[in-house]
Design a protein around this ligand. Structure first.
Ligand code: NAP
Length: 334
């Protein structure tokens, strides 16, 4: 029996004020689908970019939905669903197309491949802050760059959701994370999270300073891996932080200006899209196993910047995201 759910929609591109909350019909789950009662949403930069029309794909307007990450409980399952059962705690994420399937809502129906099990010991707020950040850090650092114990990894924009997870993923395997931020006030927080060193760049492009510090901290050798969310003009001088033969994984593009690639230095440049890993059955299994092992034994503690209570606070949550004042994930309890 279909029902309705309060759902965040937007009808035009713009700032947080374009987000509205409307009653939307939720169908029964069809074959291979799962209905989830949402308990909490985790915001991503992607959603702010999507709302503003600057993400890598465009919203279908009017009445676009929004959101990749939620945690909740399975409310109903469709025919043929065998991996999940009613009442299971879950997280959403893999393979979601936001306009049609966005999870900012009280209830959602998704393909079972977009829903993963959440350990029973993990509460809804923690679950909403976990999936995308840790699986991105896992896939990029371990499967793509081949980060090894003892390696140094330079994490730029390290106060981001993905950056804070990357620090913990690096520590979990015995690698040494160096972090950058533009904001002095975030230094101690990043050290507390496990960064071995933090370089504060300030608003101006501080990549030359970052590269100099990275070389000093590695005895002149440079870091084995750079994990970069920023790109732009800061990219070329940043590459000077890299050890000969190292790897750069570019996973974000927070500075939209063109980036120059240094050609006269042997290294491997990877671009990374988490969906490519997590929409394959093997990638979903490996990344979820890695995440849930860390969540279950307490090794992974998602950093929650702020929790907003109620779907009605969604525009305020987006305003905080756009302000860049946060460290870690912004969560809305539904
Ligand atoms: N490839 C993938 O699969 C994948 C997956 C997830 C996310 N992403 C991408 O990863 C990036 C980060 O996402 P998120 O949700 O984790 O971020 P977030 O939590 O919103 O944090 C971004 C942080 O980066 C810093 N920053 C923002 N704009 C910047 C700029 N122009 N130059 C330098 N630093 C800047 C800010 O920290 P400071 O003020 O401390 O510097 C900010 O707090 C986004 O580009 C997102 O699209 C990619």
């Amino acid at each position: 029996m279909s029902t309705t759910a309060r759902t965040v929609l937007f009808h035009e591109i713009g700032g947080p004020e374009v987000l509205t909350i409307e009653d939307v019909t939720v169908p029964d789950p069809g074959p291979g689908q799962v209905a989830v009662r949402v308990e909490a949403l985790g915001l991503n930069r992607a959603e702010s970019l999507f709302r503003a029309g600057t993400y890598y794909y465009q919203p279908a307007l009017p009445a676009s939905r929004l959101g990749y990450e939620a945690s909740g409980l399975v409310e109903a399952i469709g025919e043929g669903v065998t991996e999940l059962a009613v009442g299971d705690p879950v997280m959403t994420g893999p393979g979601i197309e936001m306009s049609a399937q966005g999870v900012y809502a009280e209830r959602v129906v998704l393909p079972e491949t977009a829903v993963v099990r959440r350990p029973a010991s993990v509460d809804a707020v923690t679950g909403a802050a976990a999936w995308l950040t840790y699986t991105t850090a896992y896939g990029a650092l371990l499967e793509t760059a081949g980060l090894k114990p003892g390696d140094h990894v330079l994490v730029t924009g390290a106060s981001s959701g993905v950056g804070t997870a990357a620090i913990q993923v690096a520590r979990r395997i015995g690698a040494i994370p160096l972090a950058t931020t533009r904001t002095e006030a975030k230094r101690q927080r990043l050290l507390d999270l496990g960064a071995a060193e933090v370089v504060v760049t300030g608003e101006a492009d501080g990549s030359e300073l970052v590269a100099k510090e990275a070389r000093r901290l590695t005895g002149g050798r440079g870091v084995e891996v750079i994990f970069d969310a920023i790109g732009g003009p800061a990219f070329r001088p940043l590459a000077d932080a890299l050890a000969e033969g190292g790897s750069v994984v570019v996973y974000g593009w927070l500075d939209r200006r063109p980036a120059e690639i240094p050609w006269n230095w042997p290294f491997t440049l990877h671009t990374y899209a988490n969906m490519t890993l997590t929409t394959t059955p093997g990638g979903r299994r490996r990344s979820t196993a890695f995440l849930n092992a860390g969540l279950s034994d307490g090794g992974f503690r998602p950093v929650v910047a702020e929790v907003f209570d109620g779907l009605d606070r969604i525009a305020d949550a987006h305003r905080l995201m756009d302000s860049n004042r946060h460290t870690g994930k912004i969560v809305v309890r539904v």
